[in-house]
Design a binder for this molecule. Structure first.
Ligand code: E4P
Length: 224
């Protein structure tokens, strides 16, 4: 397997405070939103997408809500005027594929969402998607191994040199991120709580406390 440039970390949120924090930590490559996440913020759609796009310069996914291709294309063209880094999220349906192809042909990046099988991912890649989003946690919830699907898609895309990137979505805990990275997923999109958990380790806190306590105790002692 060829080496990837880097594994990208996206936040799966429409909350601008969370996005700002992750940008300050210097590790954020992009953001995914969906209608549920946008609704949670209770803000105007355009305004929140534009604010996210100005905080994080990476790819920002904004999801269409039409169910027919013509409607999705119309929404996609509209959203793509919001900012240069908007990516249009289309659902994995026949209409979604048509819209993906039409938008991709116009040079607009598309993230095909709600992917639950390798066949769906293959079709999305053939339609010209920039990203496909297998939903790991939701498959786990349904008694299937979500990460196995991520591995299958990575393998299929490698076999044929598809440029489409595998975006591991519906991530529930830090081990999902490690597993996605081991499999070679291009991106993992995480709730902020998972990102926070990734950076913490009790031994780091314990070790730091001991170093600082020792420094306080001994810093005034004369040195030779
Ligand atoms: C992906 O882009 C989706 O927004 C997201 O990962 C869905 O995850 P959930 O299963 O936690 O809602």
């Amino acid at each position: 397997m060829g080496l990837r440039e880097t594994m990208k970390i996206f936040l799966d949120t429409a909350n601008v405070e969370q996005i700002r924090k992750a940008v300050e930590w210097g590790i954020l490559d992009g953001v995914t939103t969906n209608p549920t996440l946008i609704a949670k913020e209770g803000r105007d759609f355009r305004q929140v997408i534009q604010e996210i796009c100005s905080i994080c310069k990476g790819d920002i996914s904004a999801e269409v809500v039409s169910t027919d291709a013509a409607g999705m294309i119309k929404e996609g063209l509209e959203y793509s005027k919001y900012a240069k880094n908007v990516v249009i999220k289309c659902p994995m349906t026949a209409e979604g594929l048509k819209a993906t192809k039409a938008l991709a042909d116009k040079g607009i990046k598309v993230n095909v969402t709600l992917v639950f099988s390798a066949n769906q991912a293959l079709l999305a890649a053939k339609a010209g998607a920039t990203y496909v989003s297998p939903f790991v946690g939701r498959l786990d919830d349904a008694g299937q191994d979500g990460m196995e699907l991520v591995g299958e898609i990575c393998q299929i895309f490698r076999n044929y040199g598809f440029k489409t990137q595998v975006l591991a979505a519906s991530i529930r805990h830090p081990m999902h991120v490690v597993q996605a990275a081991k499999l070679g997923a291009h991106v993992a999109t995480l709730p902020f709580e998972v990102l926070e958990k990734m950076l913490r380790h009790p031994l780091t806190d314990k070790g730091l406390k001991a170093f600082l306590d020792d420094w306080e105790k001994f810093k005034h002692l004369p040195r030779k």
